[in-house]
Design a protein around this ligand. Structure first.
Ligand SMILES: [Zn+2]
Length: 361
């Protein structure tokens, strides 16, 4: 795929609306982009699947995964003044929410502009200025002056999902993307790019791709996709949080322009160490910059995929700064290197390589 196409793909995926549980738009776009490379379908949870056109059904099955959803919110109730009381979908820090611009999907499926309401500093006491807000006390204002107007005219009521409102920009001089939801739309775009790279090639494995839903609320979609695919090995793409702006350099394990990150461990998952080292060696052999990480927080779709039937699984992280906030940075080079690493790994796989990760028997 040409760089210009990759840039457009990342921008398009970033701009889509897909809070956890409401990934229809992302699933449909993914299906359209994947149509040239295989047969596609979407299940009742909006998980999207692609069977690579060249699969023959007689080779080991490799599952590739990324998640479609982003952190967001859902309307719990409309307050008497017309503002929305909301609850989070996925992990938010309360300090990152106030004054954010959002889009609320109304009952008619239209996106309505809103803002997380804040009291102007003019009215704040010193204590209020320094306090961390409680999410349950926050509201979203769509420009309505009453509960009736919000419900009847805006068609917003209980159950309407809410996402960050930001348009993705690409800065050619620094090769940086700036926008929302790079966790994990960069992973979704990478899946398309991998299949584009491999189109028409002879492989020794069958490739089954899933863009799974509801990752941010507990890796729920991947629990379903792994059962439908039943893989012998899995590679998970994830937009992974950078620590390069606040960790000392010797400890920073995910950074912009440092290449994809291979995650050894987080709180949900320990990668198969034989497959992990294999991927590290392939990256080194091909001159692909990369890092390894051991995390004391976080969770990934690698966990439900691994736990289903023990298929060797790794996570290839694309570094993203300021995940789970309104605005993120990510670098085109890291995206391209993550795609290339996955492509090189897949091209090298066959039944005996996969078997060598199963305890070396
Ligand atoms: Zn993620």
């Amino acid at each position: 795929m040409q760089a210009a196409e990759e840039i457009q793909l990342v921008k398009d995926f970033s701009n889509l609306n897909g809070a956890s549980g409401f990934e229809m738009e992302v699933a449909r776009f993914f299906q359209k982009k994947m149509a040239p490379y295989g047969t596609t379908k979407i299940d009742g949870m909006f998980n999207s699947y692609v069977q690579r056109r060249e699969n023959n059904g007689h080779r080991p099955v490799v599952q590739m995964d990324a998640h479609a959803d982003s952190v967001g919110f859902i309307t719990q109730a409309v307050r008497p003044n017309g503002l929305l009381k909301f609850v989070p979908l996925g992990g938010w820090a309360p300090t990152n929410i106030p004054a954010m611009r959002v889009r609320v999907r109304n009952r008619a499926g239209q996106y309505i502009t809103g803002v997380v309401a804040t009291k102007p500093p003019h009215f704040m006491s010193d204590a209020e200025k320094n306090a961390v807000p409680k999410i349950e006390d926050l509201s979203i204002d769509v420009g309505s002056t009453s509960r009736e107007e919000t419900i009847n005219d805006f068609q917003i009521d209980t159950g309407c999902p809410i996402v960050v409102d930001a348009d993705c920009e690409y800065f050619a001089n620094t090769r940086m993307f700036f926008g929302k939801d790079f966790d994990n739309r960069v992973g979704a775009a990478a899946l398309v790019d991998v299949l584009d790279n491999l189109q028409g090639q002879d492989l020794n494995v069958d490739l089954s791709v899933a863009l799974s839903t509801q990752e941010e609320v507990g890796t729920r979609g991947a629990q379903v996709t792994v059962r439908n695919i039943d893989p012998d090995l899995a590679i998970v793409f994830e937009g992974c949080p950078c620590d390069d702006t606040f960790s000392p350099s010797w400890l920073a394990q995910t950074g912009l322009k440092r290449g994809p990150m291979l995650r050894d461990m987080d709180t949900s998952f320990i990668a198969n160490p034989l497959f992990e080292q294999y991927a590290d060696d392939i990256a080194t052999k091909n001159g692909i910059p990369h890092t390894r990480s051991v995390r004391t927080g976080g969770g990934v779709n690698g966990a439900p995929i691994l736990y289903y039937r023990g298929a060797p699984t790794i996570v290839i992280g694309i570094p993203v700064r300021y995940e789970h906030t309104a605005f993120n940075w990510a670098c085109l080079d890291d995206f391209q290197n993550a795609v290339q690493l996955a492509v090189k790994i897949i091209q090298s796989l066959d039944a005996s390589v996969i078997n060598s990760f199963n305890g070396g028997n």
